[in-house]
Design a protein around this ligand. Structure first.
Ligand code: SF4
Length: 226
């Protein structure tokens, strides 16, 4: 279908020279624990249901996580945290996500990223965010017939997403609603939930806990009718 075509198209993108260089460089140098593995080293497409009612918007692939495995949030501590929560609230078929052939399926849920290539230091530039925006816009346009709720993990994703929604005609108020953990914004038929990113730093500093993220996903799943 059209979403599979979009997934195939995005994996060939080379629009951001700095990110193309980085995603390919780390695939050569590798991390010792993954020395025997072949890295994906390309843009990472969305993962999950093509008729998703819930979208989860992250930040960007990590160098040795999704940039290695080729699947959103797969193979790093953020993903380990996220998939455990998704499984607990009934949105993931298993609590772990280790690679593209592990049999994991998501129920009514799709994981997307505003930037599709691993950035150095997990920090894309504003220009890279803007260059990648059209892929997010295209993906959300294809999900629009079924999409009812979005969980945004962190302020970067929130700031990347709102212009996309506004441009697509969702009723985004001005001034734009601010990101906060627990933010719950209604945009016509779409509910937007803010959640701190499940990054190792946020988890280690206890800014975000398992229960906090579980609460957001429980509310979002209900809002999405899942
Ligand atoms: Fe293309 Fe996005 Fe990767 Fe830039 S970050 S090269 S726009 S897929």
């Amino acid at each position: 279908g059209p979403l599979a075509e979009l997934d195939a198209a995005v994996t060939g993108c080379r629009a951001c020279p700095r990110l193309v260089a980085w995603r390919e460089e780390v695939a050569v140098t590798k991390r010792a624990a993954f020395a025997g593995q072949e890295y994906w080293a390309r843009p990472v497409p969305g993962f999950g249901a093509a008729d998703a009612a819930l979208a989860v918007v992250g930040l960007a692939p990590s160098a040795h996580g999704a940039n290695r495995t080729g699947r959103m949030f797969t193979g790093d501590p953020s993903g380990d945290f996220l998939f455990r929560v998704l499984h607990e609230v009934g949105l993931a078929s298993q609590p772990t996500s280790t690679g593209r052939c592990d049999g994991l399926t998501l129920r009514g849920t799709r994981l997307v990223s505003p930037v599709r290539c691993a950035p150095p230091g997990n920090k894309p530039t504003p220009a890279e965010r803007d260059t990648c925006r059209h892929w997010l816009a295209d993906e959300l346009a294809l999900l629009r017939p079924t999409l009812r709720a979005v969980v945004v993990l962190g302020a970067f994703g929130w700031q990347a997403l709102l212009p996309v929604l506004a441009a697509a005609g969702w009723p985004v108020p001005a001034p734009r609603p601010a990101f906060a953990h627990g933010a719950d914004v209604r945009l016509g038929g779409l509910r937007l939930f803010g959640c701190y990113h499940v990054s190792p730093r946020n988890v280690q500093t206890r800014r975000v806990s398992h229960a906090m993220v579980g609460d957001v996903f429980t509310a979002a799943a209900a809002a999405a009718g899942l």
